[in-house]
Design a protein around this ligand. Structure first.
Ligand SMILES: *[C@@H]1O[C@H](CO)[C@@H](O)[C@H](O)[C@H]1NC(C)=O
Ligand SMILES: *[C@@H]1O[C@H](CO)[C@@H](O)[C@H](O)[C@H]1NC(C)=O
Ligand SMILES: *[C@@H]1O[C@H](CO)[C@@H](O)[C@H](O)[C@H]1NC(C)=O
Length: 574
């Protein structure tokens, strides 16, 4: 799914798929930063139903019946995240305030511009979309919020549109305006459609499965007020797709590779020297695409989006190049935080099954990249003879805006980007321009072990054992006579992982638990138990417990509803 190449060790991060689909891309990043992750204690007065304590969040995914299991499986199929949890969580839940402490002391102008928030969706999960809306209403001062524009891009989930429209009426959410496109337009044209309906001075594009954090909007608007051509983005925090746990993201910036895939990069060396640097705007060569704010007039002046692009993909790179090359700037604002559900996969394709990412990327290359487009074309041999439509109006736009050329962009905005044509020496130099030492890559970080034990089925002498070699990723688990051999010794970490012989993590898996590379993202590798004898071993993402098929040698180990203790009760023996 993701490729890790040698450059990784120089602190450059290569994620070969775009951010919307990649749940675990932050694994490729260094973390360890000075952000405050303590849960907020400021309660919002109008919140009636709270389900934000850690305890609740741990139990909220619990499967209590076969029906729960069904809802959950259906949800994963359609949405690629845990809708059972989303349905159970309050629409007004409190999330941890992940801002740096310095952000809370900042003050902003009284006359910030009013904003139209624009959210396009296609088959979004009903409750998750409502939570997105509630988080915006709850955490945005009303004088800054002109409206929330929802664009339903021809969703075909039954009743979704009417359910949302009924809800808006019932709850009197007067600031929320729901529209529907006349046919499936895709994200790009749906956004143009939404932007043209907007009456706020600033357009703020958001995804439909997010939750905005405290004080998210002021620092974005302040920066646009300072300069109309500043296009700004929040830091995208992580909402775990299995558990909905909200966690802070590291400060990284947007880049791309020569396949024209978006990727996250570490910051250039020296970006974060002082405490203040952690809250200052950070220039970013590209945007991830889902979340950003832009002055409405400026958006129109620089040519909105390329309406010739289809459904999804590449539009974020296109608008990033255009902003930089045509006189604007693109920045991340560390004091603005928005949580995003990183789904396991993109749950839909284009209606005709075409690769819209390639089509759109070809348009980007031919309009903006001058001779550097050859690097892209060489990497994408499948791009030969692929039609990319008519680009003449975009070339005309580029001329009218008197934009810099792509060489200027590379030299001035993204000098750290390695070229395929460069030799080792030059590459090393470029790599050294990016932060690496300050933060430890995740896979080099030391795990904190807090306990060590065998997992024995209660009232037996059978222990959970790896089916294959302890180094084999994907190995299932079996019961074997307890022998204290390496393939039975589990090390527990301070993140509630169970690591067999300090190598691979126990992961709840789709149907059966397996051994897998530790990803440090919790969820399917996060296990809770009360310790000692006669304990259940509960997985947070699965909502079910570790169980044996029967009490025999070679019986396979599986996951079962926790309320059935038979064959799911264990002794942890040191
Ligand atoms: C915030 O401001 C107060 C009052 O000026 C000061 O005492 C406090 O140290 C500041 N907090 C931070 C994190 O700088
Ligand atoms: C959605 O609308 C349908 C049809 O009116 C109704 O039966 C259903 O209960 C609604 N669902 C929700 C969650 O409101
Ligand atoms: C368990 O499986 C192993 C390997 O397949 C086999 O050699 C052994 O006889 C089995 N033991 C029992 C008790 O079934």
């Amino acid at each position: 799914m993701v490729s890790i190449n040698k450059s990784f060790f120089y602190g450059i991060i290569v994620a070969s798929i775009t951010w919307l689909v990649s749940v675990f891309f932050y694994l490729h990043l260094v973390r360890n930063q000075n952000v405050n992750t303590n849960p907020s204690t400021t309660k919002l007065e109008y919140i009636d139903k709270l389900q934000d304590s850690t305890d609740d969040l741990e139990n909220v995914g619990l499967i209590r019946s076969p029906n729960d299991q069904k809802i959950k499986e259906e949800g994963y199929k359609i949405h690629a995240y845990n809708t059972l949890v989303s349905d159970r969580l309050s629409l007004n839940r409190i999330i941890p305030d992940t801002r740096n402490a310095l952000c809370k002391n900042k003050t902003y102008s009284d006359n910030l511009p009013k904003t139209s928030v624009i959210i396009c969706f296609y088959n979004e999960h009903y409750h998750t979309l409502l939570r997105t809306i509630h988080s915006i209403i709850n955490r945005t001062p009303s004088k800054l919020l002109e409206e929330i524009i929802l664009i339903d891009d021809e969703s075909d989930i039954e009743y979704l549109h009417s359910n949302i429209s009924d809800y808006i009426l019932k709850e009197k959410l007067n600031q929320v305006k729901l529209y529907k496109t006349e046919r499936r337009e895709g994200l790009i044209r749906a956004r143009i459609f939404g932007a043209r309906k907007a009456s706020g001075q600033v357009l703020l594009f958001l995804d439909s499965h997010i939750e905005v954090n405290n004080g998210w909007i002021e620092p974005l608007l302040e920066r646009i007020k300072e300069k109309q051509s500043n296009v700004v983005m929040p830091i995208i925090d992580i909402i775990n797709p299995d558990t909905f746990k909200y966690s802070s993201s590291p400060l990284v910036r947007g880049g791309f590779n020569w396949g024209l895939h978006f990727k996250w990069d570490n910051l250039p060396t020296g970006t974060l020297n002082t405490r203040e640097d952690f809250v200052k705007p950070i220039k970013s060569p590209t945007m991830a695409g889902g979340l950003f704010a832009i002055d409405k007039k400026y958006f129109i002046d620089i040519g909105e989006y390329d309406a010739g692009m289809n459904i999804w993909g590449g539009e974020n790179i296109e608008i990033s190049f255009r902003i930089w090359m045509c006189g604007g700037s693109l920045e991340l604002i560390p004091c603005s935080r928005v949580g995003h559900i990183f789904r396991h996969r993109r749950p839909y394709g284009s209606p005709d099954g075409k690769d819209t990412m390639l089509f759109n990327s070809l348009r980007v290359a031919h309009v903006w990249m001058d001779s550097y487009k050859d690097f892209f074309l060489r990497q994408r041999s499948d791009a030969q003879n692929v039609d990319y439509g008519d680009i003449s109006s975009r070339l005309q736009l580029r001329k009218e805006l008197k934009c810099h050329d792509f060489d200027w962009y590379l030299k001035n905005v993204y000098p750290e980007l390695p070229f395929p044509s460069e030799d080792k020496e030059r590459l090393k130099k470029k790599w050294s321009a990016v932060e690496k030492d300050k933060y430890q890559p995740w896979h080099l970080r030391k795990r904190n072990y807090v306990d060590q034990f065998a997992i024995r089925l209660t009232n037996s002498d059978l222990c959970v054992t790896s089916q294959k070699d302890i180094r084999t990723k994907g190995s299932g688990l079996l019961l074997k006579k307890c022998t204290s051999s390496k393939n039975q010794v589990w090390y527990e970490t301070d993140k509630n992982e169970l690591v067999l012989s300090q190598l691979l993590c126990l992961q709840s898996g789709k149907t059966k638990p397996i051994l897998y590379k530790c990803h440090e993202m919790g969820g399917d590798q996060e296990w809770k138990h009360k310790g000692g004898s006669g304990t259940a071993i509960y997985n947070l993402a699965a909502g079910t417990c570790l169980a044996a098929e029967n009490k025999l040698v070679n019986a396979s180990v599986t996951m079962k509803i926790c309320s059935n203790p038979e064959l799911a009760t264990w002794d942890l023996v040191g």
